[in-house]
Design a protein around this ligand. Structure first.
Ligand SMILES: Nc1ncnc2c1ncn2[C@@H]1O[C@H](COP(=O)(O)OP(=O)(O)OP(=O)(O)O)[C@@H](O)[C@H]1O
Ligand SMILES: [Mg+2]
Length: 841
């Protein structure tokens, strides 16, 4: 149906629902709804499990129905365990993310309402204003001074003006091939720089230009360091597993063991080796971190950002509203001679009043100082603000009089001025006058006052529109000075970040003097200042060399902000970026962790991984700690998986060769594995040592590999001792051997957590009660199983006293040895190069 053009009508909710059913949600890659059933199937599609199922089904056919039943039950139990945990975490996160999803103002049933962007359908009428993201492809129906940035599609950062095509029948369909240059065509992914417009949605989701482009490029987000690490680790174990299984199979065939049982044994070993809980442990720890952060009103939009936050060692931030109060105050308005002057303020006020771009904190302060009365001026046109020009001009009319008023960064406005206003006349702006004005600017800046310069020019009565080319030969009027005090909480928050090993860099569009003053107020040591001018002369290589030495970047353009972040990343830093403006969108996106605030413009908020709902930097430090906790707890899991668990499986494979029977039956191995997994469920809840929290925590696969090489053999030594004692001294029968070995293997695997979980002394560093309960509980269960009826089903028999003593002694000895080895391990840790973090004195 044809959408009516009149704002105030739009689609009805009924039509919108029908449209949604027809066209689907307005999303580029609609997240496939992952039902529990589908996840379940996906999990079962693990080739290892399938092979195991098939093999035990064959075993069932040959008469061993019980072991098939057990295998099936154990597999189901572990898959369900995993799924339920993951599903719960996902739910909680999703509901959090709803809170910061992109919302649009759309006309429904004759009223302008706010709706999530995915609910838009073709035909919807959408209201756009400065700072909005264009949520779909469409046509401009009405516009006032409406400029958009289409850089995402064209790569060109200069804002282009869009308007309803003159004479075009309102509401007519968009041409089939709407080109980007077309003045009334709007495209998803562009952002509104200034002005306002009513837009009719023509295409949504994957059918938009942006959707098509995304489809053809289809660049999945590059995996984070953490994801790469876990994947590589998984590969490493998989390779080890495959080699082991093949070797066991081959040798069993050589020894002419029963092929089916050998095969089942090998596959069960492989299942035991796979850290199948790793994805769940990672997502549950991350989700827990995210939920804790939510309590401090921080919304995590990308879950793995929590971990990146823990790894972050450099935080870049812009200045206004993040380090300083969100609201500024006009201190004074002065003329070119430094005298208080209301006329200067009046010009600034007119400029802010008529400007239609994103109202910055500076505009808010100007507008707040005076209550608007009747304004004799009428606005004709505007050259909107952008962060490259750093100024905004409006063209006003009063009777025959036409005035172009410009306000912006003092250096630039001064450069564009040819004369100055001394109250009576307009003398030329000679070198002496320029020097005087520059000195005035510096004197104010050095007191921490932010200055905007104001200038004007009379233009011919015939002029109705202006562009950036008209911004010249101004008459310099004066300055408006703003107080931009640091937030009360900032200094403490920065000290905390510093104590946590994070270097701070300020990247601002503002000038050096003001920024230095702020640093002083915050007690931040200035290591070096790099200005936008200087950065423009550096190539990427030069910038890379410079970024680490400087911690203040002033008068930089949005593109330079991005270059700085990329240079820091290229130097191997894990970079966080905190910002709220349209000029922060690109660096927010390219940083490892983009952090924005709730009041930020849409582009910035949507580019961020984390959104702070509360304007308090203190929560950042809490986020950092959550991130580090995650990495540390995931490390514990991996240390566990690579020490006893891995060692036990390897020993079993080796033992299978010279034992007259299997060291454990396939079903017993699976049960062993399931119980071991159970004991680890509480790991995400574990405490971590304070000393461990104070350094950035990066994924360190080399360290885990080293750990494996130290602890794997230790475990094997004790395993082989057990085998030798059981067989040689205790003369154990097959069921006794298997029962005893089951108990010992499980006890060592689960109890070693108390040793591994801390680099300190095991008994001085208390674990979370959950972890303690889970480990002790599983160890007790293992001990009890041979005496319980279900244990019989698995082929366990009660242990003779001698076997019990042996198991107890060996387990205790193993734990003591592990504790000793751990100290050596942590003491011998290769020292990482230390980076000096600039920060508070
Ligand atoms: N509304 C405005 N009108 C005129 N000039 C402006 C306006 N907003 C910003 N400017 C100019 O552009 C410069 C850069 O803008 P802004 O300070 O917002 O950049 P930023 O990099 O986000 O810095 P900050 O750290 O202060 O947030 C300002 O220092 C000021 O000179
Ligand atoms: Mg800013």
């Amino acid at each position: 149906m044809e959408a009516p053009v009149v704002a105030g009508i739009g689609l009805s909710e009924h039509q919108a629902r029908a449209g949604l059913a027809e066209h689907g949600p307005n999303e580029i890659q609609p997240a496939a709804p992952r039902s529990l059933a589908r996840r379940f199937v996906a999990r079962l599609a693990n080739p290892l499990l399938l092979v195991l199922l098939a093999a035990s089904a064959i075993a069932a056919l040959t008469g061993d129905a019980l072991s098939f039943g057990i295998v099936l039950a154990v597999i189901l139990a572990s898959v369900v365990l995993d799924l339920v945990q993951e599903q719960r975490a996902d739910r909680a996160i999703e509901s959090l993310q709803q809170a910061v999803a992109l919302r649009v103002r759309v006309w429904r049933d004759g009223q302008c309402v706010e709706r999530p962007a995915p609910e838009l359908v073709p035909g919807d009428l959408v209201q756009l204003g400065a700072g909005s993201l264009v949520p779909a492809d469409g046509t401009v129906l009405q516009a006032t001074d409406f400029f958009v940035n289409q850089a995402l599609l064209t790569g060109e950062a200069v804002p282009v003006e869009k308007h309803a095509a003159p004479g075009a029948p309102a509401g007519s369909a968009a041409p089939a091939e709407a080109t980007l240059q077309e003045a009334r065509a709007l495209f998803m992914g562009s952002s509104v720089v200034s002005g306002s417009a009513l837009m009719r949605v023509d295409a949504t989701g994957a059918r938009t230009e942006f959707g098509r482009m995304a489809q053809s490029l289809r660049q999945p987000e590059p995996p984070t360091e953490f994801e790469r690490g876990t994947r590589r680790f998984g590969m490493m174990l998989t390779r080890a597993t495959v080699a082991l299984v093949l070797a066991v199979l081959l040798l069993n065939v050589l020894y002419q063991r029963p092929p089916l049982e050998s095969f089942l044994f090998a596959v069960a070993l492989a299942v035991g080796l796979t850290p199948e809980l790793l994805p769940m442990i990672v997502s549950v720890t991350l989700a827990r971190g995210a939920m804790r952060l939510a309590r401090s009103r921080v919304v995590v939009r990308r879950l793995s950002a929590v971990q990146d936050l823990g790894a972050m060692d450099v935080l870049c931030t812009d200045k206004t509203g993040t380090l300083t109060e969100a609201t500024l105050r006009v201190e004074r308005a002065v003329d070119a001679q430094g005298l208080d002057c209301e006329a200067v303020f009046e010009l600034a006020w007119l400029n802010s009043h008529f400007e239609s771009g994103v109202k910055s904190a500076l505009d808010d302060a100007i507008l707040a100082r005076r209550t608007p009365g009747a304004v004799p001026w009428r606005k004709l046109d505007e050259v909107p603000f952008d962060f490259e020009r750093r100024r905004v001009s409006v063209l006003l009319q009063r009777g025959d009089e036409r005035l172009l008023i410009c306000k912006g960064a003092p250096e630039d406005v001064l450069r564009l001025s040819a004369a100055w206003d001394d109250g009576q006349a307009e003398p030329a702006l000679d070198a002496a006058a320029r020097a005087r004005i520059a000195a005035l600017f510096e004197a104010h800046s050095a007191q921490g006052l932010r200055l905007l310069a104001v200038a004007r020019r009379r233009v011919d009565a015939g002029t109705v529109d202006v562009s950036a080319a008209d911004e010249h030969d101004f008459v310099f009027a004066g300055f408006v000075a703003f107080a931009d005090p640091p937030k009360a909480s900032t200094a403490a928050a920065l000290r905390e970040l510093h104590a946590h090993g994070i270097a701070l860099k300020i990247i601002t569009g503002d000038n050096e003097l003001v920024t230095r003053h702020l640093c002083q107020a915050l007690g931040l040591r200035v290591q070096g200042v790099l200005t936008g001018e200087r950065i423009a002369q550096l190539d990427d290589h030069g910038l890379r060399a410079a970024v680490t030495r400087h911690n203040l970047f002033c008068r930089v353009t949005p593109e330079q902000k991005n270059r700085i972040v990329l240079a820091l990343r290229a130097r191997g830093h894990v970079v966080g970026y905190l910002g709220d403006g349209a000029n922060d969108a690109a660096p927010l996106h390219s940083a490892d962790v983009g952090i924005s605030v709730d009041g930020a413009v849409d582009v910035a908020r949507q580019a961020a991984d984390l959104v702070l709902l509360e304007h308090d930097l203190g929560v950042l430090q809490q986020g950092v700690r959550e991130g580090r906790r995650t990495v540390l707890n995931v490390d514990k899991y991996l240390f566990m998986a690579t020490s006893s668990n891995f060692g036990n499986m390897v020993s079993m494979a080796a033992a299978a060769l010279w034992l007259p029977f299997l060291p454990m039956r396939p079903a017993q191995i699976l049960l062993n594995n399931l119980l071991y997994d159970l004991s680890e469920l509480a790991l995400p809840l574990d405490r971590v040592r304070e000393s461990e929290m104070l350094k950035p925590r990066r994924w360190d696969i080399a360290r885990i590999r080293r750990f494996m090489l130290w602890f794997g053999p230790l475990s094997s030594v004790f395993d082989l001792a057990a085998f030798a004692l059981l067989l040689g001294v205790l003369r154990a029968t097959e069921p006794v051997f298997q029962s005893a070995w089951f108990v010992q293997s499980l006890a060592t695997q689960v109890l070693v957590v108390f040793v591994i979980r801390t680099p300190g002394t095991a008994w001085r560093d208390r674990p979370s009660p959950w972890v303690a309960a889970a480990s002790l509980g599983v160890a007790a269960l293992a001990l009890a199983l041979p005496y319980l009826p279900p244990g019989r089903a698995f082929g366990f028999v009660p242990l003779p006293a001698s076997a019990l003593v042996m198991v107890g002694t060996l387990t205790a000895a193993y734990l003591v040895a592990a504790e000793a080895l751990k100290r050596l391990f942590h003491r011998s840790a290769p020292r990482r190069r230390r980076r000096r973090a600039p920060g508070p004195r």
